[in-house]
Design a protein around this ligand. Structure first.
Ligand SMILES: Cc1cc2nc3c(=O)[nH]c(=O)nc-3n(C[C@H](O)[C@H](O)[C@H](O)COP(=O)(O)O)c2cc1C
Ligand code: SF4
Length: 370
């Protein structure tokens, strides 16, 4: 009944044992709890886990690939996840926040005069000027660090990397943020250059490594997403990213609007439905033969099977659904879909937990139900 979901897939040279991936999800949990959560998700039967927001540089939030402690943590993570028969992918991330601009808001945040929700638009305002004025030498250093980070991720035991096409790659891609006058700004080809060179930096270091690209798409009419690639410009970006060395695409809505647009609740006016971002996959499908991973509001096994079987997408990434029930793949394999705790896209304790600094949880924990 769920033959396609349960069938293997060649994903850029890696064999996924089935079509379900845990989407990149920062959890804000202490390391021990984080490891336990990821072990449970791996044990639940998904084919691969993507670890979100791993900084490509030496400084950044989260465990560093460059410190002994950080590397040891990722090695332990790889051991645990592989022990459950699951693969591991590192999402290589470069922030586009201007740290200096952020510092001026710290006192107001600490004294709660500015909430995290109020802080977000203030930081977003800084992105354009920051990207536009970043010195070319710094741009090249950051690009180089994508290659270095990939080497370290490989050493730590990751099976593949995902270049995070939102954040700095997405801001360079965006005509809304990127007003540079050098070869990294202006035409769509120039705005694609940062992402293209980031992929190339990985490819030069590791010729055989599968490289997923998180392709963040901006739509107009109505306007959603500010970073990322405008729908009409996909035809320029997708071939360039493929030629640079990307081996698959993870397609979603672009960031830097509201977080509840990219992580939409069920009552979202535009993206409330199951499979809310698959329309972007349809556009990318016209432009490449590479495997495409869909993400966004995918919870229903019947719906997922239909999308995969029709060839609309090749695999599925789930964030909230595998937080709500890590055993989704195992229950599907056992023919017991009715036992799945279906994510209701309330955002209460996952996104809500992260925003209130309590870490990512779910309403289904500790006997709670919706
Ligand atoms: C708590 C939380 C943290 C997330 N962290 C990241 C992240 O670090 N990197 C990223 O690219 N996407 C992140 N996302 C977005 C997810 O990967 C995914 O695109 C989004 O949640 C929509 O999928 P879903 O409906 O299956 O949750 C996060 C989502 C949630 C809920
Ligand atoms: S808290 Fe709500 S949206 Fe978040 S994972 Fe649980 S059911 Fe899904």
């Amino acid at each position: 009944m769920y033959d396609t979901i349960l069938s293997p897939l060649n994903y850029g040279g890696l064999t996924l044992k089935n079509r379900i991936i845990f989407a990149p999800t920062s959890m804000g949990l202490p390391r021990g709890q984080w490891l336990e959560r990821l072990k449970a998700i791996a044990a639940g039967g998904c084919a691969m886990i993507v670890i979100g927001d791993i900084p490509v540089g030496k400084h950044g939030f989260g465990a560093s690939l460059y410190s002994r402690k950080g590397l040891e943590f990722y090695q332990e993570l790889a051991r645990v996840v592989h022990g459950e028969g699951c693969l591991l992918c590192a999402q290589l991330h470069q922030s586009d926040s201007d740290l200096k601009a952020m510092l001026k808001y710290v006192p107001s945040v600490l004294t709660k005069r500015i909430s995290m929700e109020q802080l977000r638009p203030l930081l977003n305002e800084q992105v354009g000027p920051y990207i536009t004025s970043l010195p070319e030498k710094k741009v090249r250093e950051i690009i180089h660090s994508f290659g270095q980070a990939a080497v370290r991720a490989r050493e730590a035991g990751f099976d593949m990397v995902q270049v995070h096409g939102d954040r700095m790659c997405g801001s360079f891609s965006s005509s809304l943020y990127n007003n540079r006058r050098d070869e990294y700004g202006g035409s769509p080809e120039n705005r694609a250059r940062f992402a293209v060179e980031a992929i190339q930096a990985v490819r030069e270091q590791l010729p055989d490594l599968p490289i997923d690209y998180k392709l963040a798409v901006r739509q107009e009419a109505p306007h959603y997403g500010n970073a990322g690639v405008l729908e009409e410009e996909l035809k320029v970006f997708v071939p360039l990213l493929e030629q640079a060395g990307a081996t698959s695409f993870h397609v979603t809505l672009a960031n830097h609007g509201s977080l509840t647009d990219t992580i939409p609740p069920a009552n979202h006016p535009e993206f409330g439905a199951e499979g809310c971002f698959l329309k972007f996959c349809d556009q990318v499908r016209q432009l490449t033969e590479l495997p495409i991973c869909g993400v966004g509001g995918l919870t229903d096994p019947d719906f997922v099977e239909t999308q995969l079987a029709s060839g609309r997408i090749d695999c599925v990434a789930m964030s909230r659904q595998l937080i709500a029930d890590p055993d989704w793949p195992r229950k599907v394999a056992a023919g017991e879909p009715e036992r799945i705790h279906r994510c209701v896209r309330c955002n209460q304790r996952c996104l809500g937990g992260m925003m209130s600094h309590q870490g990512v949880h779910c309403i289904y924990e500790k006997g709670e139900t919706k």
